[in-house]
Design a protein around this ligand. Structure first.
Ligand code: ADP
Ligand code: MG
Length: 240
């Protein structure tokens, strides 16, 4: 059996099949996803582009086990997310996937280093290993000199980089980023994709970024477009 450094095997890290998610509020029915299928290979940086309301967050939530589909399956690293019980989902969120959101969600009273350390404390990682891991991750996101600063002492871009470091702490196989540049100016947004690429190289993680930000779309390895709950593969935009 071959086993690569990133996990269970050589198959795709993610396989989404015929995913349907219908929301019902009273008598109104919204088909947020209408039969979505795609796969992602290990180490890819994939951008899912779509306007507001096209179904991006719904799809990421289903992949991450935060929501259940109406029908269809999500297979992550060889395991079917859609059939996991509550314990299995907790383990999945602790070990296999990680989220970065539009709002960084850092804990204001903790320093950058302490924020990155939170998932390691939850995983009961030994203190010496925790310190090493935090140092490595802050260096990776270019914040080695900001370890002791609190979120309010950092810029928006720096806070988002702390959030990325925190999301990597537990060594996830798949990082799901939902509009990560949504609250950043364009100068700062420009740095996010090269950073994610560096993260993939250093940590062997795979990254799916949902966005409608043209700056992000420009830097995709692979582009998926979502329109009214349908996902299609798109050619990459020509690079200047
Ligand atoms: P995006 O992230 O691309 O903006 P969403 O996935 O949030 O899109 O939403 C897709 C569609 O599903 C929208 O029409 C939205 O109103 C609807 N929707 C999302 N979540 C819910 C929910 N919990 N209840 C009802 N409708 C929802
Ligand atoms: Mg959204």
């Amino acid at each position: 059996m071959s086993e690569n450094q990133n996990g269970a095997g050589d198959g795709p890290i993610l396989a989404v099949r015929d995913l349907v998610r219908t929301f019902r509020t009273g008598k109104v029915e919204v088909q947020a996803l209408r039969g979505v299928s795609f796969t992602m290979a290990r180490g890819e940086l994939v951008v899912l582009k779509g306007r507001s309301g096209s179904g991006k967050t719904t799809l990421l939530n289903l992949i991450g086990g935060l929501d259940k589909p109406t029908s269809g399956t999500v297979v992550l690293d060889g395991r079917e997310v859609t059939s996991l019980d509550e314990d299995g989902l907790i383990r999945l969120r602790r070990e296999t996937i990680s989220f970065v959101f539009q709002s960084h969600g850092l804990i204001p009273v903790l320093s950058a280093a302490e924020n990155v350390e939170v998932p390691l404390r939850l995983a009961r990682t030994a203190p010496a290993e925790r310190d090493r891991r935090v140092e490595t991750l802050l260096a990776l996101v270019g914040l080695a000199d900001h370890a002791r600063q609190r979120p309010y002492e950092l810029s928006g871009g720096q806070r988002q980089r702390v959030a990325i470091a925190r999301a990597l702490a537990s060594r996830p196989r798949l990082l799901l980023a939902d509009e990560p540049t949504g609250q950043l100016d364009s100068e700062t947004s420009r740095a996010i994709m090269p950073l994610l690429r560096a993260v993939i190289a250093a940590e062997g993680v795979t990254v799916l970024v949902a966005t409608h930000d043209p700056i992000v779309i420009e830097h995709a390895d692979r582009l998926l477009a979502i329109t009214d709950g349908i996902v299609t593969e798109e050619p990459l935009p020509a690079r200047a």
